[in-house]
Design a protein around this ligand. Structure first.
Ligand SMILES: Nc1ncnc2c1ncn2[C@@H]1O[C@H](COP(=O)(O)OP(=O)(O)OP(=O)(O)O)[C@@H](O)[C@H]1O
Length: 229
């Protein structure tokens, strides 16, 4: 359902993503693993449309998305949880979630959001900035989910999150997939996390995919060697 073909992304004259291709099925989780600076964030920004891409195509259920502005890609079914979460610290939890509704088909926060994240219901009147890192990550995921996406993109969701909470985020993503049957594309450096959620793991190095394995048969030592500095 998501098909990316020969995608190139540049900053000015400097090309950072050199013709990346991959496919995802509905209800599948794909992890893109790579060290700092290998191009994960650049790829995600180009997929959601906050950075323009050059040659190549991004198709969702056959519809070409490259060239469309970000809000049209969201309307088509992509949702994005950026690196660093980027929640609004001075808005309440509820206001943060509602900010995702601008491009949503409905005007009301779906009840199931609070089934997935009960802590956000308890904290709905608190300022986003007063939440812990893990709670802010839940909030950023909740905000993305209100648009009822077909594909959820998460850029390094475990960054700056303590290990016990990382396990919770893995559980949440597995619950989301179970409940919503959506595709989840995640960029990461933490292999133990992606081994809990991903069906396939692919390694990005200097803007190219260089290695792919399914979780069932993954050679973890090999993947870890690509992630070692
Ligand atoms: N605004 C920019 N202008 C020019 N080059 C950039 C810009 N942002 C990133 N780059 C370069 O693009 C390359 C890929 O960076 P990117 O942020 O996509 O990597 P990453 O894998 O997401 O790493 P990190 O985990 O550190 O964010 C790096 O060489 C980086 O220096």
């Amino acid at each position: 359902m998501l098909e990316v073909n020969g995608l190139h992304v540049s900053y000015g004259q400097s090309e950072v993503i050199h013709g990346v291709s991959f496919d995802m099925n509905q209800d599948e989780t794909l992890a893109i693993m790579g060290r700092n600076g290998m191009g994960k964030t650049t790829l995600f920004k180009a997929l959601i449309g906050v950075l323009p891409s050059g040659a190549g195509s991004i198709r969702l259920d056959g519809k070409e998305l490259s060239g469309l502005p970000a809000h049209k890609r969201v309307a088509a079914g992509l949702a994005y949880v950026p690196q660093g979460r980027m929640i609004f610290p001075n808005l309440t939890v509820m206001e943060n979630i509602e900010s995702g509704l601008e491009t949503a088909r409905t005007r009301k926060v779906p009840r199931e959001i609070f089934d997935l994240f009960p802590v956000l219901l308890d904290m709905r009147n608190r300022k986003g900035g007063n939440l812990s890192g893990g709670q802010q990550q839940q909030l950023a995921i909740a905000r993305a989910l209100v648009t009822e996406p077909k594909v959820l993109l998460l850029d390094e969701p475990t960054e700056g999150i303590q290990p016990s909470i990382i396990k919770e985020i893995a559980r949440t993503l597995n619950d989301i997939r179970e409940m919503k049957k959506i595709a989840i594309l995640v960029s990461e450096q933490v292999l133990s996390f992606t081994m809990e959620i991903a069906d396939r793991l692919t390694v990005i190095e200097r803007g190219e995919f260089i290695h792919e394995e399914s979780r069932a048969t993954a050679d973890q030592a090999k993947i870890a060697s690509y992630l070692a500095v």
